[in-house]
Design a protein around this ligand. Structure first.
Ligand code: ADP
Ligand code: MG
Length: 728
């Protein structure tokens, strides 16, 4: 009998929800572990406070002597909250967060000690960085990288450690993390957007990017998760037959949240409140045991930090509730996967959402400007946007049997499509006063009403306009949002720069009025961006055919998708916007390809092990039992035995067939891996893993899953889908 499986199931059946009591209002505890504005006022000198605020608002440099004051204030606050250590907190390209704790404690001779934390330690650290991925930027033996304080994201206390958000760069200045390029992209966006805003309002000095992510995840009992080597090592099930009941009844989505899961969420939300993560929404998702959590949107850099931190907090809180959180995009075949919708918008320091329609024709023209420029940016850079969300695990969603597809398209709804159609017909050149009045009153001026009625909810589009923001839905649930946010902001920033140049040219060379010029350029953009607009169902072959006709890319796998990161065009756009230089682009490409290879390699090893060492032996054991049975029947019935033993004989044959297929496929997979591993060139190696190794997973799984249906349930070693998925 399969002891571990049944032990785990039994353990799960005895679980009770952990009792969580909220004694304080959330608004009272919100941000209490964050060194935020209110706390800074309390713990910093006026000079130090002003200096941090200037750094946040205008990017001003913080003087070293002031840094000493700031660090002292931070230390006093941290110690008052029970912290003993500090850590630079950063997001290396491994996909998780990194921290190295140092105690505030220092000896001062004569057996005495004090708590110390100086400006230097706040501003810069040099972690031993040789083990973080660097794509060849930094010679590993040199191992010289440093972390530097990012004052735009406030420090926070996590456990007993003061965490200081930092960037992580090489000594030669190249980014080794997710945050650095993001900050550069946000800066590029700010600059480009402010310049365009000036056409409409001279008072705009800053444009902030907002991000509201929605995090989907699965909760699995920790004992059940531990009973599956594939979940433990790869975060997903590599095999397992579908349960008789999956999600077909749609009875989980928005249903009442199971008690254990609810207790987990409450506990988690309290932790989030303390850390200043403004979580607001929680609900069941489509698949059994699948849930979603979403905050109130925030400035993008902060929102990215919050999401990275959240994923860590989610794992930690889960331990208290005997859960394991699965962030994998497709932990279970046959039920919905998880994504992380990135809701994105732009807002000015004058309080205007640039992607929200306004009250006057002029503010609506501003809205249309940003709206159409975004569409154009996606149209011109759809491949790069696809690359930004490519990963081995997200391949199970994009381009597999699930929406959204691997084809990037933009959904804007019927009403806005109509507006664009009208704008497309404006006169080429100067507009007559009548035409302009007509446009402003009846097209541009009508937008707010139009959007209020806009109830379109297309759920299959990877990039959809949803009233006052774009929602990038193809982002994977494991992803660090910084990557897609960096790309999106870079391409839109670049687009806005081009737009500004074109409008200025028309004003100058053709002596056009400002709004004539804007209408002209926008008309041109609408014409040029037609291919990317798609209102239909993005799931299925009809769209694939249509998309191919339109010339849109359809990269189903990560190695195919990533390639565009090092195209001449991509390298140039990142360079031009000051986001990444060529070395950085190339390094990231290499790191992501290597990561892809490693993921598939690990999955291959685990699958081979499970199939050969867990499944086949049990199948043989069961087969032996059948053989014994047949022999017994023969003993009793002599030559008539077949009358009674035919089913068993068929089973014996079926089992043999599956065993032999598993064995030959595992051997082939191992051989393919071995061959691939010898390939020096990572591009060819990744392709081998993608097209030669990985396809064998499917057939190995197929035969294992068939055996699951044949072999005695008592013997089966792998915890089954029905046990994993309905015990929350
Ligand atoms: P759903 O897609 O599930 O309907 P909602 O419309 O409730 O989701 O919003 C989801 C996320 O979008 C939330 O995190 C919310 O804060 C965020 N959001 C709302 N408005 C904006 C905005 N203007 N900019 C960026 N994010 C936004
Ligand atoms: Mg959404």
């Amino acid at each position: 009998m399969s002891t571990l499986r049944f032990y785990a199931v039994k353990k799960t059946l005895n679980r009770k929800p952990v009792h969580i009591e909220e004694t304080q209002r959330r608004s009272e505890i919100f941000g209490s572990n964050v060194f935020n504005e209110a706390t800074m006022r309390q713990f910093l000198t006026k000079e130090a406070f002003n200096s941090v605020m200037a750094a946040v608002e205008t990017g001003a440099k913080i003087d070293r002597s002031v840094a000493d004051h700031i660090s002292t204030g931070m230390k006093e606050w941290s110690i008052s909250k029970g912290a003993t250590h500090y850590s630079h907190w950063f997001q290396p390209l491994t996909g998780s967060t990194a921290e190295k704790h140092d105690a505030f404690f220092e000896t001062i001779g004569n057996g005495l000690a004090i708590e110390k934390f100086g400006g230097t330690q706040l501003v810069q650290q040099e972690p031993d960085a040789s083990s973080f991925p660097n794509g060849g930027i930094r010679n590993t033996f040199e191992a010289r990288g440093y972390t530097a304080w990012d004052p735009t994201s406030p420090a926070f206390i996590y456990g007993t450690t003061l965490c200081i958000p930092t960037v992580f760069v090489s000594y030669t200045g190249e980014a080794l993390d997710y945050k650095t390029p993001l900050l550069r992209a946000l800066y590029a966006m700010d600059t480009a957007a402010v310049a365009v805003c000036k056409y409409f309002d001279k008072n705009v000095k800053k444009v902030n990017t907002s991000l509201g992510w929605e995090q989907e995840y699965f909760l699995i009992d920790s004992a059940l998760a531990a009973s599956r080597p594939d979940i433990v090592q790869t975060g997903r099930t590599l095999l397992g037959h579908s349960a008789a009941k999956g999600q077909q009844l749609d009875d989980h989505y928005f249903g009442s949240i199971p008690a254990r899961a609810l207790a987990y969420m409450m506990d988690l939300e309290v932790e989030c409140m303390l850390l200043g993560i403004p979580v607001k929404t929680r609900h069941n998702e489509v698949a059994p045991n699948q849930f979603e959590l979403a905050p109130i949107f925030d400035e993008a850099n902060l929102a990215v930090d919050h999401n990275s931190l959240l994923m860590d907090v989610m794992h930690k809180v889960a331990e208290r509730h005997n859960f394991k959180v699965l962030f994998h995009e497709k932990p279970f075949a046959g039920v919905n996967g998880s994504g992380k919708h990135n809701n994105w918008s732009l807002s000015t320091d004058t309080g205007i959402n640039l992607l929200g329609p306004g009250k006057t024709p002029m503010s609506n023209l501003q809205f249309l400007t940003f709206f159409i420029n975004t569409i154009k940016a996606v149209n011109d850079n759809e491949e790069l946007l696809r690359a930004a969300i490519a990963s081995a695990s997200n391949d199970h969603r994009l381009g597999a049997n699930e929406a959204p597809p691997a084809i990037m398209s933009v959904f804007i709804g019927e009403q806005l499509t109509r507006v664009l159609n009208e704008l497309e017909n404006v006169t080429n050149g100067k507009l007559s006063p009548e035409e302009k009045t007509e446009l402003k009153l009846n097209v541009v001026g009508k937008i707010p009403d139009v959007l209020l009625d806009n109830t379109d909810r297309n759920r299959t589009s990877p990039f959809a306009f949803t009233g006052n923001k774009f929602e990038f839905r193809a982002v994977g649930s494991t992803a660090n949002c910084a990557n897609p946010m960096t790309v999106l902001n870079t391409i839109v920033a670049k687009q806005l720069c081009d737009f500004k140049a074109e409008v200025d040219k028309l004003i100058k060379k053709k002596e056009m009025k400002k709004d004539d010029a804007i209408f002209n350029v926008l008309r041109d953009y609408i014409k040029k961006s037609k291919n990317i607009l798609f209102e239909g169902n993005g799931y299925g072959q009809a769209w694939e055919k249509e998309a191919a006709k339109r010339g849109l890319s359809n990269h189903r796998t990560t190695p195919e998708a990533l390639k565009v990161k090092v195209s001449e065009k991509s390298i140039k756009i990142f360079e031009e916007m000051g986001v990444m230089n060529k070395i950085e682009s190339e390094a990231r490409y290499e790191i992501e390809m290597e990561e892809y290879i490693l993921r598939i390699q690990i999955e291959g090893r685990v699958l081979g092990d499970i199939a050969r060492n867990h499944i086949v032996p049990v199948a043989v054991q069961y087969q032996n039992r059948l053989i014994k049975n047949v022999k017994g029947l023969k003993e009793i019935y002599g030559k008539d035995f077949k009358k009674f033993a035919q089913e068993q004989l068929n089973l014996i044959e079926d089992i043999s067939g599956h065993i032999s297929s598993i064995n030959s496929d595992v051997t082939r997979m191992t051989d393919e891996r071995r061959t691939a591993n010898l390939i020096e060139d990572f591009e060819i190696r990744a392709n081998d893993y993608c097209f030669k190794v990985k396809p064998l997973f499917d057939s190995i799984r197929y035969h294992c899953d068939k055996l699951e249906l044949l072999v005695d349930d008592e013997l089966w070693p792998m915890t089954k889908y029905r046990e994993l998925l309905f015990t929350c």
